[in-house]
Design a protein. Structure first.
Length: 178
């Protein structure tokens, strides 16, 4: 039972809904920019780059607000990709690529837990979590389902891995081993 006043509960609900909506908007804007860049028939490459770079810059500046949700988004995509293994024949993805995607997304989800409820980010942490989020958006935008789907997470996962110092990694591994 929540002991907060009703108005505080409503405000909290609006903050959560706003964060979810902002995440969806960022993912849609990233996808629009990516499609404009990769679709030569649209002839909107410049506009695509502007949308893409503006979205990435906005994500970098506001990282402390959306980093709480990053582990949930990575975890959701990891769970979803785990079910992908059952539909490999229909999507045109090799078993090796599907397994690589699953492992990389789960690793990204686990490594991003360190950013949950964090308020002060170093510049390197801002860059690494933003690159990891961009790579997740890139996976979503590349909906072709081919074997090249693994490339974005192979870029984003090491960025999170490098941002983990020894002490938080030890604490995380200790918590997971319980």
């Amino acid at each position: 039972m929540d002991n907060r006043p009703a108005i505080e509960q409503v405000k909290s609900g609006f903050r959560i809904a706003g964060a979810i909506l902002a995440t969806v908007v960022a993912m849609v804007l990233f996808s629009i920019g990516y499609i404009d860049i990769t679709s030569p028939e649209k002839q909107r490459v410049a506009l695509g780059w502007v949308v893409l770079l503006t979205t990435i810059f906005a994500m970098y500046v506001t990282v402390r607000f959306w980093a709480n949700w990053f582990c949930a988004i990575a975890g959701y995509l990891a769970v979803r990709s785990t079910f992908l293994i059952f539909f490999i024949g229909k999507r045109g993805i090799s078993v090796r690529t599907a397994l690589g995607l699953i492992v990389a997304l789960w690793l990204m989800a686990v490594l991003s837990i360190q950013f949950y409820n964090k308020r002060d980010f170093s510049r390197f942490e801002r860059v690494s979590v933003t690159i990891a989020a961009v790579c997740l958006f890139w996976v979503v935008a590349r909906s072709d389902g081919g074997n090249s789907t693994l490339l974005p997470v192979l870029i984003g996962t090491p960025m999170l891995l490098f941002s983990v110092s020894r002490e938080p990694l030890k604490n995380l591994l200790h918590r997971l081993s319980r």
